[in-house]
Design a protein around this ligand. Structure first.
Ligand code: NAP
Length: 483
């Protein structure tokens, strides 16, 4: 069944409403992280293909921008319906190429589709302003215009949702797009190309360019004067490179970058609530989430009990292929990611850390890592300072709220953070002092289509979702009017 599904996906480039091979006929393999088997071969775009995509997007721009907003909304709404109607197919492909469990993949499909519905509604709601200049000399008319050809670069960890969180607002705003998906997960992106085609998105409005040569593609597209926008989700390291490139043509940038989320458990926290929230915040997508809890700071008075409870929960999780029934934690996406997690744990243990549960990499095939909880971690251990991106929880004690806040903010990142405590006023005042764009209080699940998502500090620039996500794809035009 899954093999038939994969066979049915178009695996070439989608440019100007046509499916075509790469100009040099190059292709690359897609592997199942649970088995390491090759499951598909996908066209790998070249610089020539990238320029063709810019031309297609640029040529399609004026007609798409001129469409009545309600027509764009109707197409987005149809995309939403189509995606949900095939929820299980999308979920199976996401699970197979990315590794997450089927239940989580279904959750991702619903989340991904919800951006189409949300921005279909926003497409007809945004308006400008009108006023009189204070000095009375003229009238002030403010309009919002589509920013133009938009390059969208997405990561592998949420291959559907990270794409629709960009495509939907771009289309709602009247922009045309070129999606460059992560090489680990191009199949989901190619399914989306077919979905938009079926929903009636005109040729050239959505172009999809899988490629093994990501920097060639981004450099070519961003060197082109016709490109006006970059919306990137991925690591801070790559974000930095892209921002430097964007500076050459002063390209408008939205950046959703890496995180290093602290999870603070105050001394009055409910241990059932906080340990459950901790599990959710840690184990989503096997820990491969930008908002995944990375550093647990727990008040010393409840440190042992909290550590025991979280370890008990983590040790009960069943690890295996995400497509199998009853699995809680799928494989990590590839060998490099698994190697990194393994070496971070190893280094911390060598420095004196104690492993309460897990700490092993099961024999292959597949890039699995056991859900792990560690304590007694020396401050110099790398694992406390980097994005782990795996199912490993590090727990560190603190003595008072000020110390917890200081440790939480001691990072270049500022994407997500969590606080647990029964006194909501106190939890909110701790949250208020943490430099993060997205916060959870007494809960581990925080993503919401209607809420602004994005980071402080080196975790990003701009916001996705909510009304803010649409404005990332709009330029503001002021017209001084006399009549
Ligand atoms: P990544 O290595 O930065 O890759 C992200 C995307 O950039 C992929 O499409 C990749 O293509 C492309 N890319 C890589 N190097 C490039 C270069 N030199 N020039 C142009 N494009 C390049 O990140 P990842 O490993 O896929 O994703 C994990 C990271 O994403 C984590 O740091 C996570 O925190 C972050 N993330 C952030 C958010 C958020 O909303 N803030 C959401 C999800 C993930 P290839 O795959 O072809 O290399």
């Amino acid at each position: 069944m899954i093999d038939e599904l994969i066979k049915g996906i178009r695996k070439d480039l989608y440019i100007g409403g046509e499916w075509r091979e790469a100009s040099d006929h190059g292709r690359f393999d897609v592997r199942d992280p649970a088995t390491e088997e090759v499951i598909a071969s996908v066209a790998s775009a070249t610089a020539e293909d990238a320029t063709a995509a810019v031309t297609a997007a640029y040529d399609a721009g004026p007609e798409w921008a001129a469409r009545a907003p309600i027509e764009r909304a109707d197409i987005l709404r149809k995309s939403y319906d189509l995606m949900l109607a095939r929820c299980d197919d999308y979920a199976s492909i996401i699970s197979r190429e990315e590794g997450k469990t089927l239940a989580e993949a279904r959750g991702e499909v619903n989340y991904a589709a919800s951006f189409m519905r949300w921005f279909a509604e926003e497409a007809v709601r945004f308006s400008g302003r009108f006023g009189r200049a204070p000095a009375g000399g003229n009238n002030i008319l403010v309009q919002h215009k589509p920013v133009g050809v938009s390059l969208l670069i997405t990561p592998w960890n949420f291959p559907a949702a990270m794409a629709t969180r960009k495509i939907a607002p771009a289309l709602a705003a009247g922009c045309t797009t070129i999606l460059k998906p992560a090489s680990e997960t191009p199949l989901t992106a190619l399914m989306l190309a077919s979905l938009y085609e079926e929903a009636g998105v005109p040729p050239g409005v959505v172009n999809v360019l899988p490629s093994r040569s990501s920097s060639v593609i981004s450099n070519t597209i961003m060197s082109d004067d016709r490109t006006r926008k970059l919306s990137f989700t991925g690591s801070t390291e790559v974000g930095r490179i892209l921002l430097t490139k964007a500076a050459e043509k002063i390209i408008n940038c939205s950046m959703e970058l890496g995180g290093n989320a602290p999870f603070i458990v105050l001394d009055d926290a409910d241990l059932d609530v906080s340990s459950e929230a901790a599990l959710v915040a840690k184990i989503r997508n096997a820990g491969e989430s930008c908002i995944g809890a990375n550093r647990f700071y727990v008040h010393s008075s409840i440190f042992n009990e909290f550590s025991k409870r979280l370890s008990a929960k983590m040790s009960q999780l069943k690890v295996g292929p995400g497509m199998d029934a009853g699995i809680d934690v799928g494989p990590l996406v590839n060998a490099d990611t698994c190697d990194k997690v393994e070496s971070l744990v190893k280094q911390a243990v060598e420095l004196g850390a104690t492993v309460l549960t897990g700490g092993r990499r099961p024999d292959g095939p597949g890039h699995f890592y056991e859900p792990t909880v560690m304590v007694d971690i020396p401050t110099e251990a790398e694992i406390l300072h980097t994005e782990i991106f795996g199912p490993v929880a590090t727990i560190v004690p603190f003595e008072d709220d000020d110390q917890a806040v200081e440790m939480a903010n001691n990072t270049i990142f500022g994407l997500a953070a969590y606080v647990c405590g029964k006194d909501i006023g106190r939890a909110l005042s701790v949250a208020d002092r943490i430099d993060a764009g997205v916060m959870g209080i007494n809960r581990g699940f925080i993503s919401d289509t209607s809420a602004p998502f994005g980071g402080f500090k080196q975790s990003g620039i701009g916001r996705e979702g909510s009304q803010d996500g649409l404005h990332e794809f709009l330029e503001t035009k002021y017209v001084a009017v006399d009549w």
